[in-house]
Design a protein around this ligand. Structure first.
Ligand code: ADP
Length: 492
């Protein structure tokens, strides 16, 4: 908007109509004081000032405007009929005006000047705005930089205070910081400690971790630079995410040698104890079986012997599981792989389940007329485990489905489905872990939580995918997918 200041109404009117005709927004003031009030309150692109006015004259108004920080950028043009000699023109410029026009004005020249000044003002305003936003951008960045520096310092302080070896890396895995504990295990500030020859080399491992984009935990053996004894450490590397992007990785090595040693001792004890228990138990089982056969059917002691045999069989199962665990831990679970007819094996397992659990119905769906190259006894063990779990954890709905389906790529899907207690979603990922049991089964069912762990080991060594789909309260489907060779090994 343009402000015209003149004490004569007719001058105001004629300039106003000239400018309005050329699409300028115009405001007017009839005296110096009124003009100053308006300039303070509004934003004008240009002020056209008459020099000769009663009270405050144009020069004073201009001097006040250019001396005031809020108003000093407003361009001023003087209009004067009287003071056209050099002295007055000089005063006009000195008081802050950027042009001086003598009356009577030439409308074309006047409009050209107004137009140019208007444009200049607009450009200046835009430049100012740009400068302001640049300034605030710089401020913002400075602030963010300071903040992230402070955060990094805080993190370093924390990492320095913990007993573990700790480090941070850039998003690409290049080490940027490590605490002082690091130097006990690595002589280099930019290279990971050397690992045991049987453990992964951490330099390439870090590249894989970066590519994987998620938290990683692994056990590695490292040794002090001054020693020769490797100690187990748990290496945990976590991405730090900001605005959905990884800005760094934070890692720690925790010494777990003592836990490892305790666990080794426990495994050793379990292995020795189960071996020692197995021999007398096998003899007891044999004698009880002989005793059972030697008794007449109607003998009342038959029932007790039968019960004793059930308990001995349970104990035998437990010890076999414990022995299997120690074999897995020591890498001594050997597989005798040979081609066999999977369908026949599956049928005999289901038959065995029917005899063992006469109160349950086992429904077979689909067929498995395929040859599998595997350890038949161990795969039987998996199926029997799935079937006996289905029975155990489905005490009311006594119907179990055994389903087979061919999948593309010569693979067979085998499912054991029950309608029992089911497994809460949170437990499903852990159910194949050693000793893992759900709260519900710990409260209401006997068991050690070893069966599925052994199954998982057997299945993964047969290149099988396996898992569970379940809903709490409505039942579970335990499944595995096993590769087969197409030719059946005979029979069905
Ligand atoms: P155990 O049955 O001796 O506890 P497993 O390793 O066979 O050991 O099973 C581990 C856990 O998995 C069980 O304790 C139980 O919580 C859960 N589970 C296994 N099978 C089923 C099933 N069919 N339905 C519900 N829960 C099951």
């Amino acid at each position: 908007m343009i402000l015209i200041v003149d004490d004569k109404k007719e001058n105001l009117l004629s300039l106003q109509s000239l400018l309005t005709l050329h699409s300028y927004a115009v405001d007017t003031a009839t005296g110096g004081e009124e003009a100053l009030k308006k300039v303070l309150k509004n934003n004008y692109a240009l002020v056209i000032l008459d020099v000769q006015m009663p009270g405050m004259d144009g020069f004073e108004v201009a001097e006040t405007i250019s001396g005031h920080s809020k108003m000093q950028d407003v361009p001023i043009i003087f209009l004067s009929a009287v003071n056209t000699d050099k002295k007055f023109i000089t005063r006009g410029y000195n008081s802050g005006a950027i042009d001086y026009i003598a009356k009577p004005i030439d409308p074309d020249v006047f409009l050209l000047k107004v137009n140019t000044l208007y444009k200049l003002y607009d450009q200046k305003r835009q430049l100012n705005q740009m400068q302001m936003s640049l300034r605030s951008e710089i401020e913002f960045r400075k602030h963010a930089q300071q903040e992230s520096y402070e955060k990094a310092m805080e993190l370093r302080f924390v990492l320095e205070s913990i007993p573990q070896i700790a480090f941070t890396t850039k998003p690409n895995g290049v080490i940027e910081y490590h605490n002082s504990q690091w130097m006990e295990y690595s002589v280099y500030t930019d290279q990971f400690p050397e690992t045991h020859p049987d453990d992964p080399d951490l330099q390439p491992e870090m590249k894989r971790i970066v590519a994987g984009n998620k938290t990683v935990q692994l056990e590695v053996r490292i040794k002090k630079t001054t020693g020769s004894e490797y100690r187990y450490h748990l290496l945990r590397i976590v991405p730090v995410v900001e605005n959905k992007a990884i800005i760094k990785w934070v890692g720690t090595f925790t010494d777990i040698e003592e836990q490892k040693e305790a666990s080794r001792k426990k495994d050793e004890f379990l292995s020795v104890a189960s071996h020692e228990l197995k021999t007398p138990l096998t003899s007891i089982k044999g004698y009880v079986q002989l005793l059972e056969r030697s008794l007449e059917k109607e003998n009342t002691n038959h029932l007790f012997i039968d019960r004793a045999l059930t308990q001995v069989t349970k104990l035998d199962r437990l010890i076999v599981d414990l022995l299997d665990i120690s074999r897995i831990e020591n890498g001594k679970m050997l597989l005798n792989k040979a081609p066999f007819h999977f369908g026949k094996m599956l049928r005999s397992c289901v038959e065995m389940a029917r005899q063992t659990y006469p109160n349950y119905q086992f429904i077979e769906e689909g067929h498995a007329d395929v040859t599998v190259n595997g350890d038949i006894i161990r795969l039987e063990q998996v199926l029997i485990n799935f079937l006996s779990n289905a029975v155990k954890y489905s005490p009311t709905v006594r119907e179990i489905h055994v389903i087979c389906r061919m999948l593309p790529g010569d693979r067979l899907l085998v499912q054991v489905k029950d309608s029992g207690i089911g497994i809460p979603k949170a437990d499903q990922a852990l159910i194949f872990d050693k000793f893992y049991r759900t709260d519900e089964s710990t409260k209401n069912f006997q068991g050690l939580g070893l069966g599925l762990y052994i199954c998982a080991d057997i299945l993964s060594r047969h290149q099988c995918e396996y898992g569970v789909e379940s809903n709490e309260g409505t039942g579970s489907v335990f499944y595995f997918i096993i590769p087969f060779t197409n030719a059946p090994a005979g029979g069905n």
